[in-house]
Design a protein around this ligand. Structure first.
Ligand code: BG6
Length: 477
């Protein structure tokens, strides 16, 4: 049984839905420099905005101009919570500005007021792959400790402004992306060369982990300030949980799985939940010649900035082995070896509802703090049939099977207090920059070439989810 106050809802990120990339004082974020791609074509970062190139974030699905209509649809589904991110460059267009942009602040006031009208609780991510471009260009992102101060200024500004409108906050989306080369740009704001493919960047592991240390500091300082501004605020970490299994029962596979699980899934959360670097990271740092500079106050800052809850995204799982030659598969941020017992989505992400239960049990056992699933969903091609309907039974089946496992975890006494399905509405895919890879309950008329009316249409899953929320997860058919 789901608890009575369980927070059901959906999630989006500013850069993937808002559009209006240069309106009302907003300046470019890193996403505004990312080209469209596909499963076979990596997205590219171009340092200049080129007129002949398609940058999907520029218009996205125009949530900026449609937010009233969209939030009304969320309310019709019965959302208790709506997860969204604030575009940092709407508030501080250059990142290092001294004063915030009032028009940007007003926009989110309007959005939160609209949520309040329907009794929907906002859950707000401060940094969802949306660092202001100027901070990348002038400071090399979080490699520079000044950016920690700029982030704190931004966090403080929005905490003060929305202290009576927002209670739940997340600092950095999928912060553990920073443990992988691919996370250089989106989490850390590092770009070693102009015009590179974000999936395949130049990497300097020492620089990357030092920047990640600075992101930990930025997060911890924000948590501390949040609690000073409003002691009722609840601030969470946000981890992309890449659940991994040893492919075989060879002890070598299990040990490799444990090592990767520690670096990729556990390391960032250990720091953010416990406020100290875990013991196993020393060995990893030694093997990779990583030497983190800890300034005098850093230990104290980390300790004072522990998060109140653990949130995570969960889409798929993969396998790990020391053996060569096994078939591989794609995944969220990270692929792996194919699991012979699982089916995959059209984008090659292996569907694994039981893996979600395993993950909930594992995380709760490790931290014993409240958990929130802030992303889970199926990216698929949706078609409108002759009657104007979108019969996304595959999405219903994906979500249903995951909700069943969430319920079992709760019965096993895991303290899970919310679920925001990705994504509330169709939006631009983050990994590939496509519209074709759709996740929403609400279809948006727009294709990969930018054509379409942006008209919103309810999919079959819309009414299904409405019933799920209406029965507090009791009726899933
Ligand atoms: C997560 C991100 O990695 O996965 C989202 O937080 C993203 O921004 C989601 O959209 C799904 O990934 P993709 O690449 O299919 O959009």
């Amino acid at each position: 049984m789901f608890p009575k106050e369980f927070l059901w809802g959906g999630a989006v990120a500013a850069n993937q839905c808002e559009g209006a990339w240069n309106e009302a004082g907003k300046k470019e974020s890193i996403c505004d420099h990312l080209t469209a791609g596909s499963i076979n074509k990596n997205r590219k970062f171009t340092s200049k905005i080129l007129s002949e190139v398609n940058y999907p974030s520029h218009e996205a699905v125009e949530f900026y101009h449609h937010y009233k209509e969209d939030i009304a649809l969320f309310a019709e589904m019965g959302f208790k919570v709506f997860r969204l991110s604030i575009a940092w460059s709407r508030i501080f267009p250059n990142g290092d500005d001294f004063l915030p942009n009032e028009e940007g602040l007003q926009f989110y006031d309007d959005v939160f007021d609209e949520c309040k009208k329907y009794g929907i609780e906002p859950l707000v991510t401060l940094s969802h792959f949306e660092i202001p471009y100027n901070l990348v260009k002038e400071y090399q992102g979080f490699t520079n400790r000044k950016v920690v101060i700029f982030f704190e200024r931004y966090a403080k500004t929005v905490f003060e402004r929305y202290k009576d409108k927002v209670k739940y906050w997340l600092t950095f989306n999928e912060i553990n992306f920073g443990t992988m080369p691919m996370g250089n740009l989106e989490v850390l704001g590092i770009l070693h060369q102009e015009d590179e493919e974000i999936a395949n960047p130049l990497d300097n592991i020492q620089v990357r982990f030092q920047a990640l240390h600075n992101v930990f500091l930025a997060s911890a300082r924000a948590v501390k300030v949040a609690h000073e501004i409003n002691p009722d605020f609840k601030v969470g970490c946000m981890i992309a949980h890449i659940t991994m299994y040893p492919l075989t029962c060879r002890p070598e596979d299990l040990l490799l799985q444990q090592e990767l699980d520690n670096i990729i899934n556990n390391f960032c959360a250990d720091v953010q939940v416990r406020g100290v670097y875990p013991y196993y990271i020393e060995d990893y740092f030694k093997k990779n010649n990583i030497d983190i500079t800890f300034e005098e106050d850093d230990e104290r800052i980390l300790k004072e900035g522990c998060v109140d809850f653990y949130s995570f995204s969960y889409y798929m799982s993969n396998c790990i082995t020391t053996e060569e030659g096994h078939e591989t598969t794609l995944g969220n941020l990270l692929g792996g070896v194919k699991n012979p017992y699982l089916q995959a989505s059209e984008w090659g992400w292996q569907i694994d509802p039981k893996g979600l239960r395993y993950t909930l049990n594992k995380i709760y056992d490790r931290y014993k703090i409240p958990l929130f699933i802030v992303e889970n969903g199926l990216g698929a091609v949706d078609e409108i049939d002759d009657n104007g309907c979108i019969n996304d039974d595959y999405r219903i089946s994906y979500l249903k099977s995951h909700i069943v496992e969430m319920n079992k975890a709760i019965e096993n006494n895991v303290d899970l207090f919310g679920y925001t399905m990705w994504s509330a509405i169709d939006l631009v895919s983050s990994g590939t920059g496509e519209m074709k890879k759709r996740y929403g309950f609400i279809y948006i008329d727009k294709d990969d070439n930018g054509n379409g009316t942006l008209k919103r249409t309810k999919k079959k899953s819309f009414n299904w989810y409405k019933k799920v929320i209406g029965t507090n997860g009791n009726e899933l058919e």
